[in-house]
Write a protein that binds this ligand. Structure first.
Ligand code: FAS
Ligand code: PHB
Length: 389
């Protein structure tokens, strides 16, 4: 079989790229290791930057997002019983959209299938071959039978644990990583959100985040130990710990209920360079990971897809490879800024096990500076709504 772009990974990165290229008449195939339902069952991001929502509309899959998503023009930062707001709109003239990654992925799957997209599920043993040559090809198995796809380019959209990044030789790859000494325990519950904006909360006991998906679906997180497992946390234990970590006016108003999903994500900062090797391009989590504190994971995948989509379109329409040649440098320039914001917000709001009294004073001063300084709030807002592509 032959295609123009072979996309490995049927998460939001791979699906968005496939849908965008399809609308430009560029042929793709998407190879996904799991089933559609498995992919949709993973509860992840909740906040979309304006760049992401623009891409979804350009891909022709923005209707439900625009109808059901919630515009948020600010957020609450809390510390102990104190709190203050940061207005995105006041400082940037724009806002973010609350619309879960699950729904983004569902919309993309629906569009790909409605438009005859070539999606292959349950693939195994994917191999990328001759990426440095002019005739790359990908092999994989489904139900035990071997397949080969000849293509012009390969897009590695297969996440942190995928095969694409590993295909780039260690003599070429440079990896940068920071592991955090804590994780996030997340709970999804069919309860009304405790507040109409997100609440990022620093507390003596650790970080907490109050988020949502819709008027009756809330998403909450608490910082937890890396040695914890979801089974260590009963719903009751989770709710009472969350209440201890947010201002009492919210704790008293919190509507609790049974968790319909409970999971722990370890926090990691990670970047691999370069994001291109011959005819193989890395996108999204295949190339970089951020701690979710800044809501940058999915949104940084979007800017990668934007740059690669532009480069491939320029190549196929104008036989001009300038966009492809600039991809890695352009994508990394924005990736590192997302890494910086995610790292700084994580350090601002989390309790580290080895923090000294001086460290705590510095953390408190950082929060106080953000509360009291317009310029600091503008910087926070510009990063949160998304830096330009
Ligand atoms: P994904 O990992 O989503 O998708 C990659 C796909 O490739 C998967 O479907 C996988 O099955 C498939 N795949 C892997 N190996 C393959 C192979 N060899 N062959 C074929 N297919 C293969 N971001 C936020 O902004 N906020 C959050 O709260 C948040 N929470 C997260 C929680 C967890 C546990 C994780 C892991 C990430 C979280 N993220 C969050 C980040 C997340 O949203 C990612 O940024 C987003 O999923 C990136 O999308 P993709 O690049 O498509 O990668
Ligand atoms: C979420 O709603 O899942 C969410 C929101 C903001 C973040 C991280 C996760 O920073």
């Amino acid at each position: 079989m032959r295609t123009q772009v072979c996309i490995i990974g049927g998460g939001p990165s791979g699906l968005l790229l496939s849908q965008l290229l399809h609308r430009k008449g560029i042929d793709t195939i998407v190879l996904e290791r799991k089933t559609r339902d498995y992919v949709l069952g993973r509860i992840r991001a909740g906040i979309l930057e304006v760049g992401f929502t623009d891409l979804m509309r350009e891909a022709g899959v923005g209707a439900r997002m625009d109808a059901e998503g919630f515009k948020h023009d600010g957020t609450v930062i809390a510390y102990g019983e104190e709190e203050f707001g940061v207005s995105f709109h006041e400082h940037t003239g724009t806002d973010v959209l609350v619309y879960g990654q699950t729904e983004v992925t569902r919309d993309l799957y629906d569009a790909r299938e409605a438009e005859g997209g070539n999606l292959v599920f349950n693939v195994e043993n994917v191999g990328i071959h001759d990426a440095k040559g002019d005739a790359p090809y990908v092999t994989y198995q489904v139900d035990g039978s071997e397949h080969r796809i000849d293509c012009d380019y390969v897009a590695g959209c297969d996440g942190f644990h995928g095969v694409s990044r590993q295909t780039i030789p260690l003599t070429v790859r440079r990896e940068y990583e920071k592991l955090y000494p804590f994780g996030w325990l997340g709970v999804l519950s069919e309860t009304p959100p405790v507040h109409d904006e997100l609440i990022y909360s620093w507390s003596e006991r650790g970080f907490a985040l109050c988020s949502m998906r819709n008027a009756n679906l809330s998403r909450y997180y608490i910082q937890c130990s890396l040695s914890d497992s979801p089974d260590d946390w009963s719903d009751e234990a989770f709710w009472s710990e969350l209440k201890r970590r947010i201002p009492s006016r919210y704790a008293d108003a919190l509507v609790t209920g049974p968790s319909i999903e409970k999971s722990i994500a370890p926090l990691r900062s990670f970047v691999t360079e370069p994001m291109r090797w011959g005819r193989l391009f890395l996108c999204g989590d295949a190339a970089h990971i951020v701690p979710p504190t800044g809501a940058k994971g999915l949104n940084t995948a979007a800017s990668d897809i934007h740059y690669l989509y532009q480069g491939l379109t320029q190549f196929y329409q104008d036989s001009d490879s300038a966009g492809l040649d600039a991809y890695s440098e352009k994508a990394l320039a924005r990736v590192w800024k997302a890494e910086r914001f995610s790292w700084t917000t994580t350090n601002l709001l989390h309790r580290y096990p080895d923090q000294s009294e001086f460290d705590l004073k510095m953390q408190r001063a950082d929060i106080e500076f953000l509360r009291s300084n317009e310029a600091a709030q503008k910087v926070f807002a510009e990063n949160y709504v998304g830096l330009p592509y």
